[in-house]
Design a protein around this ligand. Structure first.
Ligand code: SF4
Length: 457
């Protein structure tokens, strides 16, 4: 579905006189951040200008429901805005994103946060201009629970904030129903964008000077599984190969692949590529096959290790992962399997969490007898193992030369510049402003746990 904004001219005219400002508060993952850039693009195409948290008129909350504290964060922020809304003119509050797909949240807003103007679910950008126009010009409030639809919205205006790096969604939704995860319920089934649209977007970004592209999706390597007709058979490996051919793009990243769908075609495409980053995020979640089964992850410890070990045959590859400790029923022995996989693989980055139930998921109904203190202890042991292994992984990079996109001055040292290596490691080095936005070769001189120091060669 092509995005058409029939309220653009009317709203722009209104804004020529009223000059309303907007502020977007984004919670959650990179997909949400990408959606927020689109909401910013829509708002600016209608004449709204960026404001601050203090002086804006339209406050848009782009919500997430992955973490437990996200609800408290949203309702806390709404509470703080209430006085502003009730005492000042021209204040409008919009809530969009994953959280609004949950009925109990919508009910709570209807009952206790009646000052909110617009509530829309996911896949609703095409109706956002109308709802906002009605709220601003006609004082109409619209709180809608939208059934998760199978729509794909193309050609939504987008306002990139970075000059050299851009993210591009390639697939929306998820078919996997991991038992701890709410995403398939709030984002709907997998819908792959047509390769023609994705390649056109990336070509335009390359012409505008963008060097690094991050491909986004809940499960990028099931890209294309839903294609029928002319694109049938076109998958993630082919998409990567076609993006590789676009002049100007120098670094290609993607997040997140699912270990069960990581096939040899994609691994060989990474190996043969000059542009795909030598970094893969491979979410483990647990290293025990029974826990993985209870999580409905559809792979075993052995299959995960097989994929990880194949990836590790690619020179200079770095792996990162997500791990949940304390899933309902996880025993000490099962947790030790997770430590075993971590020891075996050697992850350069681990995003680790203690399990917390999400209302509406199968996991939330599972019995959980592990005391919280024990879960905290497991998390601490996982963290300790990771921090013990990381310096050795970093050390292996010292003396070697890597390509780094120069992002700008270091925030902590005015004389130094910063960027990320292909392995997604932060690198600090001496440079000058003329190199910002360029990809340079840097020899790594030393490692400092969370960053590396190097010299341009
Ligand atoms: S693959 Fe699993 S964890 Fe990832 S979004 Fe889908 S259901 Fe959630």
């Amino acid at each position: 579905m092509r995005f058409v904004n029939s309220f653009k001219d009317k709203m722009t005219k209104f804004n020529e006189e009223h000059k309303l400002k907007y502020y977007i508060d984004t919670m959650g993952c990179q997909l949400n951040e990408n959606d927020s850039l689109k909401y910013a693009g829509i708002l600016e195409s209608m004449g709204f200008v960026p404001g601050t948290e203090e002086d804006s008129n339209v406050y848009l909350f782009n919500t997430c429901c992955i973490r437990e504290n996200a609800e408290n964060t949203l309702f806390g922020r709404l509470g703080m805005l209430k006085k502003k809304k009730l005492t000042e003119d021209n204040i409008y509050i919009c809530i969009v994103g994953c959280m609004t797909q949950q009925e109990h949240i919508l009910e709570k807003i209807k009952k206790s946060y009646r000052f909110v103007d617009v509530v829309l679910g996911t896949s609703c950008m095409s109706i956002f201009p109308e709802k906002l126009y009605n709220a601003v010009v006609n004082s109409q409030r619209k709180l809608e629970y939208i059934d998760v639809s199978n729509t794909l919205e193309e050609e939504v205006p987008i306002k990139y904030t970075d000059k050299y790096k851009a993210s591009v969604s390639i697939i929306y939704g998820c078919n996997n129903f991991c038992t701890y995860c709410i995403v398939p319920y709030v984002r709907g089934r997998e819908r792959s964008r047509n390769p023609q649209d994705i390649l056109a977007d990336i070509s335009r970004l390359a012409q505008d000077g963008y060097k690094e592209i991050m491909l986004l999706g809940q499960n990028v390597n099931s890209y294309g599984n839903d294609f029928t007709g002319e694109n049938e058979g076109y998958g993630f490996a082919k998409l990567l190969q076609d993006i590789e051919k676009i002049d100007g793009i120098e670094i290609i990243r993607f997040i997140s692949p699912h270990p069960k769908d990581f096939n040899d075609d994609v691994i060989e495409t990474i190996r043969n590529s000059k542009k795909i980053a030598r970094q893969v995020h491979l979410p483990l979640q647990s290293g025990n096959s029974d826990v993985l089964k209870a999580m409905n992850r559809k792979y075993t410890k052995e299959r995960f290790l097989e994929v990880a070990n194949k990836l590790k045959t690619i020179p200079d590859i770095s792996l990162s992962t997500d791990i949940i400790v304390g899933f309902p029923g996880e025993t000490e022995e099962q947790f030790l399997d997770t430590l075993d996989v971590v020891r075996n693989v050697g992850f350069d980055q681990i995003y680790m969490f203690i399990y917390s139930p999400r209302e509406g998921t199968i996991g939330a109904k599972m019995e959980d007898h592990t005391p919280y203190e024990e879960k905290v202890d497991r998390l601490e042991r996982l963290k300790a193992l990771y921090e013990e292994m990381l310096p050795k992984l970093n050390e292996a990079m010292v003396g070697k030369t890597y390509k780094v996109l120069v992002e700008g001055k270091s925030k902590t040292n005015d004389n130094m510049y910063t960027g990320r290596s292909s392995q997604n490691k932060v690198v600090i080095f001496e440079a000058d402003d003329s190199l910002i936005g360029k990809v340079v070769d840097i020899r790594i001189d030393s490692q400092h746990l969370w960053y590396l120091k190097g010299t341009i060669v």
